[in-house]
Design a protein around this ligand. Structure first.
Ligand code: AMP
Ligand code: MG
Length: 347
């Protein structure tokens, strides 16, 4: 399959620029799959009402079919067509955080969406992305669009159009290039079907931000305990992993350098995943600074780029610094732990 690629040219008038990708909307309406930018990561969209379109998403990604997709909408009014009810907590959260990196779980109204999109569950995950290109594309189709991250399953999520191209060129009908995404980690997934909202996946909106609006919010206990089955099916999969094994180091820069030196003596090529503050300290084959530790949002926005960077090197092993688990650090550590297959070492 030839993958068509459009660039959104921000230097021209919005109308002219957006007309460039009306073909992308037509492809979506014809049940083809198209990747597009959102404020979190690039998504791979398909008509959520159509089995064939949803099947194409799973196939292009190589995604396990028991992992449901997030449905993207451009207007709150679209919800009524396919959710059974909108609980009070969800209303308040939508009002405050939509459009934005927050996905809410609702009870599903039967018979509207493809049951492949929801993996046969009785609930559905929905969000409204805060990105002008995504919103315009969604509006142009008028459809609920199922859109997981636009990477091959298991790889780091794509934060640039080139990442999508690397993974999916030839496997999808189109790619809208809207430049690098901002937040860099996926949306926070919150289950609003019970009394107290539950965070199923940490992401761009922090627990602290949610608590400010709805009071008590709990975190799915399975996120911290590998022996429990997570309520969000996708959280059980190994994810985001670079090709070389990543080890997170609980300790100081000196401890990390010690591990690096050990592996160098064994003749291995060694990478270090650090931040700008510590970059100059390390002596290794590849040292990649992923944002600034003092500004965790910058770490979130360049995390996947960093993981993909090591795949362009011959590094045999990677050692990574750890981050505090509060605020957006919760999502960063969740993704890093998955990328590292939960390997944490200390001296
Ligand atoms: P991705 O599309 O790759 O960003 O992943 C979407 C995440 O949302 C996965 O972790 C899914 O398991 C989760 N998800 C989607 N629908 C549901 C649902 N109905 N209940 C719980 N988690 C869901
Ligand atoms: Mg994903």
């Amino acid at each position: 399959m030839i993958t068509k690629r459009w660039s959104v040219d921000n230097s021209v008038d919005k109308e002219d620029s957006y007309s460039q990708f009306s073909q992308a909307a037509d492809l979506l309406k014809n049940n083809e799959v198209v990747a597009f930018p959102t404020e979190t990561v690039y998504g791979l969209g398909g008509n959520a009402k159509n089995d064939e379109a949803v099947r194409k998403i799973f196939e292009a990604k190589g995604r396990p079919s028991d992992n449901p997709l997030i449905i993207h909408i451009a207007e709150k009014g679209q919800l009524d067509a396919f959710v059974a009810e909108i609980p009070q907590n969800a209303l308040v959260l939508m009002e405050r955080f939509w459009p934005g990196p927050l996905t809410l779980i609702f009870n599903l109204k039967d018979g509207v969406l493809s049951h492949y999109a929801t993996a046969g569950l009785s609930t559905v995950a929905v969000r409204m992305p805060d990105h002008p290109v995504a919103l315009e594309l969604l509006k142009k189709t008028g459809l609920p669009i199922a859109a997981p991250s636009a990477n091959r399953s298991g790889k780091p999520s794509p934060t640039t159009a080139d990442h999508v191209w690397e993974d999916l060129n030839g496997r999808i009908a189109g790619l809208v290039d809207g430049g690098p995404t901002g937040v860099g980690v996926e949306s926070t997934v919150v289950d609003c079907t019970g009394e107290v909202p539950v965070i199923l996946r940490p992401g761009g909106i922090t627990r602290e931000q949610l608590t400010e609006v709805v009071g008590e919010v709990i975190v799915d206990p399975a996120l911290a305990d590998e022996s429990q089955a997570p309520k969000s099916p996708g959280m059980k999969y190994r994810h985001y992993a670079p090709d070389a094994p990543l080890y997170l180091v609980e300790g100081t820069k000196e401890d990390i350098q010690h591990f690096v030196d050990d592996k160098k003596r064994e003749g291995l090529s060694v990478g270090v995943l650090t931040t700008l503050e510590n970059k100059e300290f390390y002596c290794a084959d590849y040292v990649y600074a992923c944002g600034q530790r003092e500004k965790l949002e910058t770490v979130a926005s360049s995390l996947y780029e960093a993981l993909r960077f090591f795949n362009t090197t011959d590094a045999d092993i990677i050692f990574g610094e750890m981050f505090p688990g509060e605020g957006v650090g919760h999502a960063i550590m969740n993704r890093l732990m998955k990328a590292a297959g939960h390997r944490v070492i200390s001296r």
